[in-house]
Design a protein around this ligand. Structure first.
Ligand code: ADP
Ligand code: MG
Length: 902
């Protein structure tokens, strides 16, 4: 057995092998020590003729949570199951790896989040091109794209946030390194041969037909082929027919998962079973997409707009866009809605089609409520059919599928009433195939409320199979005869206390107490002697008993056979089930958008084509408005030469692309800017928006940059990160972008910051032409608006009541006049002495924004005058007041001095 274990460890040397021994998965030796430590299990030991080994085990029936622990610690897990019954053969029970569980290839419901996809990615490179393939093994979603730009691929990775990334030999390493904006995938360096173009193409062809017709580039083909091969490997598909030392994951490269059970680990490998038949039956479609078909949000924007995850660590889950938008009734709908948020649309026709459907569902209140109720009864069809086709489904899964199919006709009927009003609903109505053949099969074959176990009977319905019914009748008759035995034997023998019973060891018996032993008939055969009684059997009882046992055993076998046949017949319909799942998912997501629109008083946006436009009347922040008792709506009018109505801007010109927003802290600047972006994004997923009216020309990209707070992260100053991200924006934004700049240029000296902010503003205005909202504390920036035709100023203000600041949260044209810092400090409870001193200092300057102004001019002078020779530099260094520098200021100062020196 240990030999077998070590062999498997050597073949799956990138994983922890969980080796089934009866009811436990065991690990031995080094792997046992590691597992015990990680999972806080007791380390025991195993003795055999070859020695003593450390050992630790986890129960097979309850393995999921332990496996999760191993995955979280960065390991892969290979499940080596007993593939024959103990005693079936001489010697050691045969075991094989049936599954390699990795973070990206989970199919276990317990380990997956029901309303989110779990992707594994593959990244390939072909010359200039990068190919990306994404697969959700649990649902069968399979996507591919490619690009010449590494950044584009990185953005797509942020978008889909895969749990694992499989990479080939020339995959760019930087691509997968965390940028702090998404969860880092587990990087799996994989068999080079799987990325080989010819081989990958063949692989894709076995599943989907001609790859050149399906996919746009060789890099895509390589990524898809490699990913197929990896999914097969994870499925245990490699175990047979490969003679190499080790399989699959390339062990040359450090994977961070040094699992090596004390066996010789394989070195360089060229493996992977050549597949000519698809072994992943649930993979029925591959979707090629172009990132440019969707509104692009890079990782930074995804995070700062809090679409999926709240920014604050302790943020509540519902404080995200998805959180407030998700009224879906099924897991299918939940995943579809997330996908829509991940990939907002660009094409006005597509957007309108969704809006029409949402509009119709919103208005048809009763119909929508009925649909929602029906959709709640829908199980996760995608994962169900996945399990069914992987032969992992039990009778309860089939019943769940049957139950779901039984509500489809009702969904259809309900939808029928309104499907004339929107093409999209009409289409869905047609696509809702109730699969009545499948449903009939399941309903006739599967017993009501079947047990989870599939080998112990009770899962096939009465009347489905004549043989089974016969066997069951035989067993039933036998039992009935035994039930009446006590009665008849009491009468026959005259022993009133005679009892008939059953034990699992001895089977059926007749029990007679000691005082009555004389009355026992002759044909009774003694079986067991107890203290006060004797137990007997009769030849007839024995005969009946073996008939029952025989019939029951054969019935169980027959049931298992029948069940497997039904399951595989259902599996043959995988494509139809997936198509139905797709239609239901879309319907559920549309209903969810409609419910939100109705419940929170959203309006239908007008989608326009042509010149850039983003006009919003009385817009609200969809997330913030839910967390506050009152929210003040605000208008937005951005656009290029269009009739931007709605808001009295007071500046007369119609070209308004760049807004400089000023106002005190806490007055609402950040909220306002995000609200604008979120409204545009909502419109582009086909949702109604939180406003009285909105007109939007679809955006192609949304960029956000939120100024650094004064801390230093990961060795790079946040100011560096900020500049890095700004560089991306300035390089990539265009007139179809929305750019949000929130307090950029803060992490450096005021003079530097202002200079940078001004240069950025100029560039955005003159060169880029993007719709831009720029919130800044650099008041001098507002003066720029006079110089630039398409720039204008907006501000928030605050009122003082009894020395306290009151925010109106209302945006208005023009620049702010004060920053109210001291008042905010008062409200925050800063000690009175400090406040008084601040007021005194303020009064000393003639401008409310004085400190930053004064600061700016001195610093500017210093920069201008400084640095012709070393004496100046030395003077500057001496003059540095280190005790009063923040770390970021210090960095900026160092940077400046260095440049001076150069
Ligand atoms: P700033 O960026 O100007 O410092 P924020 O946008 O962060 O201000 O807003 C500060 C606080 O004011 C937030 O906590 C938010 O809840 C509240 N707030 C912002 N805008 C509004 C609004 N329009 N109506 C009501 N409350 C608002
Ligand atoms: Mg702010």
């Amino acid at each position: 057995m240990m030999g077998q274990y070590h062999d498997l460890c050597a073949r799956y040397d990138d994983a922890i092998v969980l080796f089934q021994v009866g009811d436990f998965y065991e690990t031995f030796c080094g792997a046992a020590e590691r597992t015990a430590r990680l999972l806080e299990l007791t380390l025991t030991s195993r003795d055999d003729s070859t020695g003593e080994y450390p050992m630790t085990g986890i129960p097979v029936d309850n393995a999921a949570s332990y496996i999760e622990g191993l995955l979280e610690a960065g390991y892969r897990v290979a499940i080596a199951e007993q593939v024959e019954e103990p005693g079936e053969s001489q010697g050691v029970v045969e075991r094989a790896v049936t599954r390699v569980i990795t973070p990206g290839t989970l199919t276990e419901d317990e380990l997956l989040s029901s309303d989110d996809n779990n992707f594994v990615a593959a990244v390939a490179r072909d010359g200039e091109q990068f190919g990306l393939a994404l697969l959700d093994v649990s649902t069968g979603d399979f996507l591919a794209t490619s690009s010449r730009s590494q950044e584009t691929i990185a953005d797509e990775l942020s978008r889909f946030s895969p749990a694992e990334a499989v990479v080939g030999p020339d995959a760019p390493t930087g691509l997968l390194e965390g940028d702090g904006t998404r969860r880092d995938p587990l990087v799996t360096p994989y068999d080079e041969a799987a990325f080989d173009l010819e081989r990958a193409a063949e692989h894709v062809a076995t599943y989907f037909g001609d790859p050149d017709r399906l996919l746009a580039s060789d890099a895509e083909i390589a990524a898809c082929g490699a990913l197929l091969s990896y999914a097969e490997y994870a499925r245990g598909g490699i175990a047979e027919g490969v003679e190499e030392e080790s399989v699959g994951v390339d062990t040359d490269t450090d994977t961070g998962t040094d699992t090596g059970a004390d066996a010789d680990t394989g070195t360089d490998t060229d493996t992977t079973l050549e597949t000519n038949t698809p072994t992943l039956e649930y993979l029925t479609h591959l979707t090629r997409y172009d990132p440019r078909e969707y509104l692009l949000l890079d990782g930074v924007a995804l995070r700062s707009l809090e679409l999926f995850e709240p920014r604050s660590v302790d943020g509540r889950e519902e404080a995200t866009l998805v959180g407030v938008l998700d009224e879906t009734a099924s897991a299918l709908g939940g995943r579809r809605l997330k996908d829509w948020v991940r990939r907002p649309l660009l094409e006005p026709g597509e957007i309108e089609a969704r809006l029409d459907a949402v509009d119709t569902l919103r208005a048809a209140v009763q119909c929508r409520e009925e649909l929602t109720t029906l959709l709640r009864a829908v199980y996760d069809l995608e994962r169900l059919i996945g399990r069914i086709s992987r032969e992992r489904a039990n009778a309860r899964d089939l019943q769940a599928l049957g139950d779901t199919l039984s509500v489809v006709p009702e969904i259809r009927a309900t939808l029928c009433d309104i499907s004339d009003d929107a093409d999209r609903l009409e289409e869905l109505h047609e696509r809702l195939d109730p699969l009545s053949d499948v449903r009939t099969l399941i309903e006739s074959a599967i017993a009501p409320n079947p047990p989870a176990e599939i080998t112990e009977g009770g899962i096939v319905a009465e009347g489905y199979d004549a043989d089974l019914d016969d066997l069951r009748a035989t067993a039933r008759d036998g039992k009935q005869w035994i039930e009446t035995l006590e009665e008849t034997e009491r009468e026959r023998t005259g022993i009133d206390s005679l009892k008939v019973g059953y034990t699992s060891v001895h089977g059926y018996y007749i029990e007679v107490t000691n005082p009555n032993l004389e009355a026992v008939p002759e044909e009774y055969q003694r079986r067991q002697t107890l203290k006060r009684a004797e137990r007997f059997v009769t030849p007839e009882l024995k005969e009946r008993e073996s008939a029952i046992i025989g019939a029951e055993g054969r019935a169980d076998e027959r049931e298992y056979e029948l069940f497997c046949a039904v399951r595989s017949a259902v599996a043959d319909e995988v494509e139809r089930v997936q198509a139905l799942a797709d239609a239901i998912a879309t319907l559920d997501a549309l209903c969810s958008l409609a419910t939100v629109a109705a419940q929170y008083d959203y309006c239908r946006p007008t989608i326009v084509d042509g010149a850039p436009e983003l006009t919003i009347e009385a817009g609200r922040h969809p997330v913030v408005e839910r967390t506050r008792s009152s929210f003040v709506p605000n208008d937005t009018a951005l656009g290029s030469g269009v009739g931007v109505g709605g808001m009295n801007t007071g500046d007369g010109h119609g070209d308004r692309r760049l807004a400089i927003i000023t106002g005190p802290n806490m007055s609402g600047k950040s909220t306002y800017m995000r609200q604008v972006a979120l409204i545009a994004l909502l419109a582009q997923i086909g949702s109604f928006v939180p406003a009285n009216a909105a007109t939007i020309r679809p955006l192609e990209r949304i960029f956000t940059r939120v100024g650094a707070s004064d801390d230093i992260a990961g060795g790079r100053s946040t100011f560096m990160i900020e500049m890095d991200e700004l560089a991306t924006i300035l390089r990539e934004a265009d007139e179809r972008s929305l750019v949000l700049l929130d307090e950029v240029g803060r992490g450096t000296s005021t003079a530097d910051g202002l200079a940078i902010a001004q240069a950025i503003t100029e560039h955005l205005h003159e060169e880029v032409g993007a719709l831009t909202l720029f919130a800044t504390h650099h008041h001098p920036l507002t003066e720029l608006v006079d110089e630039f035709a398409a720039a204008f100023a907006l501000h928030f203000s605050a009122d003082q009541e009894d020395g306290e600041v009151v925010f109106g949260h209302t945006i208005a044209p023009g620049a702010a006049t004060g920053s109210y810092g001291v008042e905010v400090a008062t409200a925050a409870g800063v000690p009175e002495a400090v406040l008084e001193r601040s007021r005194a200092l303020l009064e000393g300057s003639d401008d409310v924004t004085g400190p930053s102004h004064a600061d700016a001019s001195t610093a500017q002078t210093a920069t201008a005058d400084g640095g012709d020779d070393l004496t100046d530099l030395a003077a500057e260094l001496r003059a540095l007041d280190i005790a009063h520098l923040t770390p970021v200021e210090a960095l900026a100062e160092l940077d400046r001095l260095q440049r001076l020196l150069e």
